[in-house]
Design a protein. Structure first.
Length: 226
């Protein structure tokens, strides 16, 4: 009689061995597939696809002009001077003992502004935009918290009038405007406006993605175009 226990044991041992081999082959196969997948993704280098610009230069510029005005440069000034006058007979003969005088300090800031509302622009593809703007204008803004009379010498025969102070202030404004022009404030305003617009496009599109150029025209021409 055949020993069933011995035969059964041999059969079971054979199956266990087959199962072990299957498990080993499965593990090895899985590792190979996993490694192959990693290497495939590492080596795979698809062709570069040109990127479509994700910005609209005209739309960006239309949002910029909503700011209406840009202060492109500014300059502080302070004028301290003595002013006064004397009564005159027939406008050329000075009358004695009628002299008055006052020391006055006049301070303020001159702002060179660019009128963005008058801007016109033309896009050149997706890499350049040309903006036409009226030349900067100057605004003289006095600081009345600092400005005022420092010392005065009034005269009952010729008192200091409000008109005298107003005339002195107008003279200070005219002189400070002239000094600002001669000092190149308007030229600095143009340079700063160019840099500011380019900086805004760099923020919106990415640095140096879109180049900005400004063409300056006379302010009167800009008003007519509107």
């Amino acid at each position: 009689m055949i020993n069933e226990n011995g035969l059964l044991g041999r059969l079971m041992r054979g199956k266990k061995f087959a199962i072990r081999k299957s498990v080993v082959f499965a593990l090895v196969g899985g590792m190979m597939l996993g490694s192959g997948g990693v290497l495939f993704f590492q080596w795979y280098n698809p062709k570069d696809v040109p990127e479509t610009p994700a910005f609209d230069a005209s739309l960006i510029m239309s949002r910029i002009v909503d700011r209406n005005e840009m202060v492109a440069a500014s300059q502080d000034y302070t004028i301290v001077e003595k002013a006064g006058d004397r009564n005159k007979l027939f406008d050329f003969i000075e009358i004695p003992f009628t002299q008055n005088s006052f020391w006055y300090r006049y301070s303020g800031v001159i702002e060179a502004t660019v009128d963005l509302r008058a801007a016109q622009w033309d896009t050149k593809g997706d890499t350049s935009i040309t903006v036409t703007l009226p030349e900067p204008s100057m605004q003289n803004v006095p600081d009345m918290n600092v400005s005022g009379v420092l010392e005065e010498r009034n005269n009952i025969l010729n008192p200091i009038h409000v008109e005298d102070v107003d005339a002195f202030q107008r003279d200070c404004i005219a002189r400070s405007d002239q000094q600002a022009k001669e000092g190149g404030l308007l030229d600095r305003a143009k340079e700063n406006a160019q840099a500011n617009l380019q900086g805004m496009f760099d923020i919106a599109c990415g640095k140096d993605v879109c180049r900005v150029e400004i063409e300056w025209i006379d302010r009167e021409d800009g008003v007519k175009d509107e």
